[in-house]
Design a protein around this ligand. Sequence first.
Ligand SMILES: N[C@@H](CCC(=O)N[C@@H](CS)C(=O)NCC(=O)O)C(=O)O
Length: 248
Amino acid sequence: MSDQSSPSTLRVFTFSPDWGLPTNGPFALKLLAWLELAGIPYEQVVENNSSKGPKGKSPWVELDGKPMGDSELIVEELSRRHGADLDEGLTPEQRALGFAWRRTFEEHYHQVLEWELLLHSAGAAYMREFFGRVAPKPVAPLLFAMIWRQFRKQLHARGIARHSPEVIAAKGRADLDALAAFLGDRPFLVADRPTTADTAVFGLLAPMVFWPMNTPVADHAKSLPAIQAYCDRMRERCFGSKAQLDRP
Ligand SMILES: N[C@@H](CCC(=O)N[C@@H](CS)C(=O)NCC(=O)O)C(=O)O
C-alpha cells in the first residue's frame, strides 16, 4: 500500500484487514490489488459501515473531494485519469475471456461467498466476533443481527438463498472446479502478467482461500492446488511482504 499521503491522495474506504489480506471485503480487495498493480498512490481508510458509501456498498473512494462507489466504475475512472491500463496489448479474445471470468466471480461466486460468510454457522460466528471487535460493545450484537437479517433478505432476492445448503455448496464448487481446470499451469488468467480480470477474480477468491473458518466451498477452494497457488501468487505480486505482516 502506498504511504505517500498528501491532501490530493486518493482515499479508499474499505472494510478492515483480516486473514493476511489488507481488507476482508472482496470488491475492496479487488480495488486495492488493481491500485497496487497500476502504481497509483492511495490512502486506505477502514470503514466497516458500507451504508456510508454513496451506493451503500463497500468499497468507495473520494475523488476531488467527492465520493464515488462501485469498484468497476472507480477502476475505469482512475484508469482514464492516470493512463493506467493493465489490459494494454490484450487481444479482443483475451479481453472477452477475462471479462467472462470476472463476471462469473463477481456476480455468481460472490453470492456463495456472502452466503457462507453470513448464513453458514461458521461464517456467522466469525461475523458476530468481527462486529464485537470493530463496533462499540453495547451495539455490536444489535448491529450483527441487523446485518444478518439484511443479508438474508438480499441473498434470497439475488436467488442463492432459495437453494439448500448442499445445492449452494455444489454451485460454488462448480465455479472453483471450472477455474482450477482453466488455470492449470497458467500463472494468471489471460496473460503472463496480472490483468484487470485477475484483480477481480483474486478479490473474490482470496477471502475464502485465506479465511480460517471451515465452510464447504472455502474448504474446497483450499483443497485445489491451482486455486491456492494462484491466490498466493496474486497476493505476493500485489501486496508483497505487507500481506505476511498482516497474517493473523
Ligand atoms: N458492484 C459493487 C459491489 C460491492 C459490494 O457488493 N460490496 C459488498 C461487500 S463485498 C457490500 O458492501 N455489501 C453491503 C450491503 O450490501 O449492504 C462493486 O464492484 O464495488
